[in-house]
Design a binder for this molecule. Structure first.
Ligand code: SAM
Ligand code: SF4
Length: 341
């Protein structure tokens, strides 16, 4: 390895604003077995396979980031459990857990196939999973996800807990579809010993519905919850867009992800890699760096590291999402399923 590469590896990934990047989210596929209305259009067109990173390329790019000091890897999608060979990828990456280079290897899943994967994930060193669930009512779930899969998701969650995985629930707050159900979903999650995070819809990619019809402000939700529950702010910040509270009456933890506000950008320590190998330094900005080219151009990582350095030097201070305006085009053209949530 050259001296420059040695020096680069000795130094972590520090952006121009002094923030150390130690968390990478990687989308392993843009495909999904659901079609959530806020995420995808019904007739979603997926990318040609040749554009996706192979499992070996995914391993290489994750490993390059781990060598540069990344301590947390989250695999996502699309639906990561739909990627053929996904468990092999996880098993391979778990060598970085064994070596102590990585603190955590996690995934975000819709849970539909979690039952068949739960044990294998635990055996491969995964300890936590985030499961997205927007309704506990079968018909509402089917309407939001455009698939009648609630029972599989609930089975998947139970299997994950049985396997020893800690499960966190992610719920997108939707004005029409689940606003009234949020308290019962929170109560259910806490009764099952799971933390839950509510997410505001983000204007990512074109979908079939008008987003202003779906957008529900979490400030509003929080005010309502506070009218009957006691919420105590937890100081913990994860460097991500979530704020956490403890609910005295349920004893559980509740997070609020409000991506349209700027309050978390100054402590942002994350970057994202799409399933095609494009590195985005900010979920809400178009600025990106292609990593697939350097990956395919050379078996050595020098070109890859140069691309990572270029991207890091350009990490924006903050995103510039706008609050949804009726009929407006999405602020960011790519779908969440490509970038990875
Ligand atoms: N398929 C997996 C799942 O649903 O958990 C992983 C990928 S999904 C893109 C990751 C997360 O992004 C999910 O919790 C989903 O609800 C959320 N999400 C997708 N589109 C979104 C949007 N436009 N605004 C806010 N959250 C979104
Ligand atoms: Fe699929 Fe997840 Fe998007 Fe729903 S949110 S369509 S489960 S990628």
């Amino acid at each position: 390895m050259s001296m420059a590469a040695d020096i680069r590896q000795a130094h972590g990934l520090i952006d121009p604003f002094g923030r150390t990047v130690d968390y990478v989210r990687v989308s392993v596929t843009d495909r999904c077995n659901l079609r959530c209305t806020y995420c995808m259009s019904e007739e979603m067109k997926f990318l040609p396979k040749a554009q996706l990173l192979s499992l070996e390329e995914l391993d290489r790019v994750c490993t390059a980031f781990v060598r540069r000091g990344v301590r947390h890897l989250r695999l996502t999608g699309g639906e990561p459990l739909m990627r053929r060979g996904f468990l092999d990828l996880v098993r391979g990456l778990s060598r970085h857990l064994d070596s102590g280079a990585l603190d955590e290897l996690t995934l975000t899943t819709n849970g539909v196939r979690l039952k068949e994967f739960a044990q294998g994930l635990y055996q491969a060193g995964v300890r936590r999973v985030n499961v997205s669930l927007d309704s506990l009512d079968r018909a509402t779930f089917a309407r939001i996800a455009r698939a009648d899969c609630l029972a599989q998701v609930l089975d998947g969650i139970a299997a994950a807990q049985d396997a020893g995985l800690k499960v966190k629930i992610n719920t997108v707050a939707l004005k029409r579809d689940n606003a009234n159900d949020l308290p019962s979903i929170i109560r259910w999650a806490h009764d099952c010993g799971m933390d839950i995070t509510l997410i505001e819809t983000m204007p990512l990619g074109a979908v079939d519905e008008d987003r202003t019809d779906q957008f529900l402000s979490l400030a509003e939700v929080r005010r309502e919850l506070e009218s009957y529950w006691t919420l105590t702010e937890l100081g913990m910040r994860t460097g991500g867009p979530a704020r956490y509270v403890r609910i005295a009456e349920t004893g559980g933890k509740l997070g609020f992800i409000t991506p349209l506000t700027h309050n978390f950008c100054e402590s942002c320590h994350r970057v994202r890699i799409t399933c095609t190998g494009t590195l985005f330094m900010c979920l809400g900005q178009e600025g990106s760096e292609d990593l697939r080219g350097p990956l395919r151009a050379s078996a050595q990582d020098d070109l890859l590291n140069q691309a990572i350095d270029r991207a890091l030097a350009a990490k924006p201070k903050s995103h510039d999402f706008l609050l949804p305006v009726r009929g407006a085009k999405p602020a960011v053209k790519r779908h969440m399923s490509v970038t990875g949530g």
